[in-house]
Design a protein around this ligand. Sequence first.
Ligand code: XIL
Length: 297
Amino acid sequence: ASTLGAAAAQSGRYFGTAIAAGRLGDSTYTTIAGREFNMVTAENEMKPDATEPQRGQFNFSSGDQIYNWATQRGMKVRGHTLAWHAQQPGWMQSLSGSSLRQAMIDHINGVMAHYKGKLAAWDVVNEAFNEDGSRRQSNLQGTGNDWIEVAFRTARTADPSVKLCYNDYNIENWSYGKTQGVYRMIQDFKSRGVPIDCVGLQTHFTGGSSLPSNFQTTLSSFAALGVDVALTEVDVTNASTSQYAGLTQACMNVPRCIGITVWGVRDSDSWRSSESPLLFDGGGNKKAAYTSVLNAL
Ligand code: XIL
């Protein structure tokens, strides 16, 4: 196959990218994105600050722009994200306790009702753990340790057809505390029947560090709990070809690794643009990392 999406589809997987609504007028950007990918994540437009800027007043204009752009081209869409300590609207940042708990539930219900039956997956909860595997202290955590399972139960009822994911970064290395903390939560949810379908590993690789050699073990270990896994926000410092090939190969080796999403199109589109971490350069040319990924799919 000659594109990332088509190559991934040969094994029943997808290859996605983050899309920013503000770039949809850039024809170099939309040409590459429309050609190469078959899954889209809104980079910021479906986050709580974007979708519920005032309490109870939802705004889906930018999210829908991305949704419509993608689905008109036959691409699927991952929802990102419903409950997170970051990118909360101001009104939510100042809430706590039972009023924040209710606001979280209302937010999940409001956003999921709008996209009901339309999305492939939702990142229901994002980044809820510390590096040592304990829970991140946040206003959401302050509402009680059960906030994550409440979010997932609310989400399942709001849209029973969409896959419900937990998404986080630095959970790629199997021997890392955070990975183990997330693993134990998924294990606990599965044993108690808390609804969860997938784990998203953001896969933001930094520095000169090589791919964790146990990355595939992490993917297969999560999968063995009975969830799908996906690489949801991939970018790699200087787009190391060996790391890109290795992470692609790790996903390909795990049957329940259902797809890979890179966190942007060109280096110039990246939130880490100074690190040139993506598969296309600022001019829209394929980089060596592109070929290493395509060959591994
Ligand atoms: C980033 C976006 O790329 C930026 O444009 C924004 O300013 C901050 O958020 N983990 C996530 C993503 O789950 O939502 C973040 O996206 C990157 C880290």
